[in-house]
Design a binder for this molecule. Structure first.
Ligand SMILES: C[S@@+](CC[C@H](N)C(=O)[O-])C[C@H]1O[C@@H](n2cnc3c(N)ncnc32)[C@H](O)[C@@H]1O
Length: 357
């Protein structure tokens, strides 16, 4: 019997996907510092002798991301000051979750796509992290979309610096009705939208997300998205001195993530089977509930969710599809018995009992 003092332990929350490169051995800062002189100044040793970095220092986290991508993924990478800096182990979790979705037998592989997995990264950012990780880890091909000039320019640079994956990644500028918006007009449109988000009732009224960006007849295995989570700069609490950076264009959109993903859902209702899986990251649990019920209303065939635990922060993954689940094909042995075989079986059972008496 458990003693009274034995407090029931909460089951540990999974923090890292089992196939994540860092699941068994987290990044070794001391080793990285010895190999990469540019990383060395950011590493210090705490009293217990453990090598650490200052997570509130943008330059330190950016350099860590750079050396991890180089050391573990053979990727050359950089972003300008202030742009959102991704943490490699966390971003890898989303990639591996998509890998799980794609290997689930519920939604069949679209025969027209061949063997190459094709993904669409909505808002790839200057860091272009998902296409870079997905192509280098798993050989997937990607279209990465974005709206800002800085994101498009740096995503393109990050792709071109890596000839071993550059053939797999296309960076696509979001256009309005097929017309590319000049940077000035786009930022003006966004500025107006930010101000009018209340007037628009919290609805997303920014540039297109999928409809109008996905071309006619295009098919993808999945889309993924780390959306602008916040409704306003105040809500985002953006501070240029924080560790991960992030500009208002990256972190804020009219109506926040709820409106952004609602628009994704509306787009998916039109695009339906152009994607095997639609997925997005979600920053607030309350939005997960709202969006899941919205998905049930629009008649998707399947909804899946997951939790990404990232240090002190929790994020959620939401996935949905319109493809019909595959029917289970019964093996020949389970094919319905004919009347004759059934009669024979009854007769043999009776004979066995008579014989045993
Ligand atoms: C939170 S950042 C994510 C960047 C990167 N994917 C990551 O995970 O670090 C959101 C990105 O979405 C872009 N964005 C905002 N609205 C968009 C839209 N309608 N279509 C495509 N990208 C958009 C922003 O410019 C920004 O780069």
């Amino acid at each position: 019997m458990p003693s009274k003092n034995n407090k029931r332990k909460r089951p540990e929350r999974p923090t890292i996907h089992p196939r994540n490169k860092y699941a068994d051995s987290p990044p070794d800062f001391a080793l990285l510092a010895s190999l990469y002189p540019s990383f060395e100044p950011f590493v210090f040793y705490s009293r217990d002798g453990h090598p650490r970095i200052d997570w509130t220092d943008f330059n330190a986290t950016r350099e860590l991301t750079r050396v991890l991508l180089l050391h573990d993924h053979s990727l050359n990478w950089w972003i300008p000051d202030g742009q959102l800096c991704p943490t490699v182990p966390n971003r890898s979790n989303y990639i591996h979750w998509i890998e799980d979705l794609l290997s689930s037998e519920i939604i069949p592989k679209n025969q027209t796509l061949g063997d190459l997995v094709r993904g669409f990264d909505i808002g790839t950012g200057a860091n272009c992290i998902y296409p870079l990780l997905g192509s280098s880890l798993l050989g997937w091909s990607f279209v990465g979309s974005d709206i800002t000039d800085v994101a498009l320019e740096w995503a393109e640079r990050n792709v071109n610096k890596n000839p071993h994956v550059s053939q797999l990644i296309e960076i696509r500028k979001v256009t309005v009705h097929g017309v590319e918006l000049p940077a000035k007009e786009l930022s003006d449109a966004l500025a107006v939208d930010h101000e009018s988000s209340e007037v628009a009732g919290g609805r997303y009224c920014g540039p297109p997300i999928l409809l109008g960006v996905v071309r006619e007849g295009e098919k993808f295995d999945f889309c993924m998205c780390n959306p602008p989570f916040f409704e306003s700069t105040e809500e985002a609490g953006l501070n240029p001195k924080t560790s991960c950076g992030g500009t208002p264009e990256e972190m804020v959109c009219p109506g926040g993530e709820q409106a952004f993903i609602t628009r994704m859902i509306e787009d998916s209702v039109v695009l339906k089977e152009s994607f095997r899986w639609y997925t997005s990251m979600i920053g607030r649990k309350i939005n997960l509930k709202f969006l899941t019920s919205k998905l049930r209303d629009v008649g998707v065939t399947i909804v899946k969710t997951t939790e990404f635990v990232q240090g002190q922060t929790c994020r959620w993954g939401l996935a949905w599809s319109f493809l019909p689940p595959t029917k289970k094909i019964l093996p020949p042995a389970a094919v319905q018995r004919t009347n004759i075989s059934f009669m024979l079986e009854v007769w043999m059972t009776v004979a066995f009992y008579l014989w045993s008496f």
